[in-house]
Design a protein around this ligand. Structure first.
Ligand SMILES: *Cc1c(COP(=O)(O)O)cnc(C)c1O
Length: 451
């Protein structure tokens, strides 16, 4: 009997992150300063980011060494396991081999700690005492709270108000690690007060919370800002996922035909797939890279490719990406981590150039597959991750249809143990799909900045 779990030793962990900017046939257009609309220069970012991360954001070095201090903390949960989903294969009666990389085993319960730790580390090293950030459903806020705690830093998290009230346990976790958690929009910032003046009942959004956190960080010398997805340096740090997975598969003499990950801002997708994108671009490997998004927030499949802001107030640089427009208000689907109007410029460019592809699914089908996975493999997946599971199930069924074996690898970005109310809603038959009407999409896209 061959193995179900493929493990690496600590000695076999990658010692450097893979930077795909070194190898992309077309690099994304540069970020623009929001005020001048000219390409950003490093000084534009020094009020909110440490120099080392600004350097990584634009670096074209293929490998960037992981600092020892970061390696030491990574070892608390890395290398993460690669598992063969044999019981799921059997349930689907498929000749395909299904592997998943399990990032839910991190202390944060998701992949987000892979970048939270180096971000806190570089800030600390450059004398920063406090980080400000935003969080939607709370996964990023938890990860950054843990990372700041490891390095003895303070952390303030602006949490989208609707989640602040609906996801009390992630808020509790942030408190355990010593963070201050503020419901956004708040009266702590000009941008928050501005929104509250117009709409005192505002439930908040990620775009608003980002404005608040950036304003907080820009206003204090001892404070920087940290972002959990979208930016190049974030995806860079996440490549430990794909580097490990590629090594683990090679230990069982295998290589994937398709690599799948869900896509919100693109960080776990980039992390899982970029090492395979390297094989594809540089070595001509035939591997399909598939990003999965919710049909309620279909950035890659129906958004526009162009410049847009990352936040509502327009404080962030203009990024070249697929976007639904900052005014786009995604419906309250249960995969909170996938409700973002924009997308990583790196992932956007790869999809634009046909190196990666994207597909969108409704949440009821996604939960069907998430529950099937839980019942077969014993792990309750995060609703975000279930998007990847559903695509893997579709690929496995296509393999059955075609009567051919293939190797499917997907990233299980997190567990769903703090998302049980969503599972209750599913079990009670209260989940609905929100296909996005063409009209709403058109209206949101009309508001894109003209560059
Ligand atoms: C935040 C999150 C996502 C979405 O973010 P990406 O940057 O697209 O990876 C997906 N899965 C989980 C478990 C998350 O916490």
């Amino acid at each position: 009997m061959s193995e179900t779990k493929v493990l690496l030793t600590e000695k076999e962990m990658p010692r450097a992150w893979y930077n795909i900017l070194a190898d992309m046939p077309n690099k994304p257009k540069p970020p623009l300063n929001p005020a001048t609309k000219e390409p950003m220069v490093p000084q534009d970012l020094t009020p909110i980011f440490p120099l080392e991360l600004i350097k990584q954001e634009a670096s074209e070095e293929r490998w960037i060494e992981i600092p020892d201090e970061v390696m030491e903390i990574y070892k608390l949960w890395r290398p993460s396991p690669l598992c063969r989903a044999r019981r799921l294969e059997k349930a689907l009666d498929t000749p395909a081999k299904i592997y998943y990389k399990y990032e839910g085993a991190s202390p944060a319960g998701s992949h987000k700690l892979n970048t939270a730790v180096p971000q806190a580390y570089y800030n600390k090293k450059e004398g920063i005492k406090r980080l400000a950030t935003e969080t939607g459903a709370g996964q990023w806020g938890v990860a950054l709270s843990q990372a700041c705690n490891f390095f003895g830093m303070e952390c303030t998290v602006y949490m989208v108000k609707v989640s602040y009230h609906q996801k009390p346990y992630r808020r509790s976790l942030m408190h355990v690690f010593g963070s201050e958690v503020i419901a956004s929009p708040s009266d702590r910032t000009n941008s928050g007060r501005e929104i509250l003046k117009k709409d005192p009942e505002s439930l908040g959004s990620l775009g608003i919370a980002i404005s608040e956190a950036v304003e907080d960080a820009a206003g204090r010398d001892d404070t920087n800002y940290a972002l959990g997805s979208v930016l190049n340096h974030v995806l860079l740090h996440q490549t430990v996922i794909g580097l490990e997975a590629r090594e683990q598969l090679s230990k069982v003499d295998n290589y994937p035909d398709v690599v799948i990950a869900c896509c919100g801002g693109g960080s776990n997708f980039g992390g899982a797939t970029f090492p395979f994108a390297y094989d594809k671009i540089v070595k001509g490997a035939k591997v399909k890279l598939l990003a999965v998004e919710p049909s309620a927030c279909p950035t890659l499949t129906r958004g526009r490719f162009g410049y847009d802001y990352g936040d509502v107030a327009g404080f962030t640089p203009l990024l070249s990406m697929y976007t639904l427009g900052t005014e786009f208000m995604p419906p309250g689907i249960h995969a909170g981590g996938l409700r973002y109007h924009g997308e990583s410029p790196l992932v956007s460019q790869l999809v634009h150039d046909g190196i990666a592809e994207a597909v969108a699914y409704g949440q009821t089908a996604v939960f069907d597959s998430g529950v099937l996975f839980a019942r077969c493999e014993g792990i309750v997946p995060a609703p975000e991750s279930s998007h990847a599971i559903h695509a893997a199930v579709e690929e496995a069924l296509a393999a059955r249809e075609a009567g051919e074996s293939r190797t499917i690898l997907f990233n299980l970005s997190g567990h769903g143990l703090l998302d049980l109310p969503s599972y209750d809603a599913y079990m009670e038959g209260n989940l609905v799909d929100y296909p996005l009407p063409e009209e709403n999409l058109k209206k949101a896209l009309e508001k894109l900045p003209k560059i």
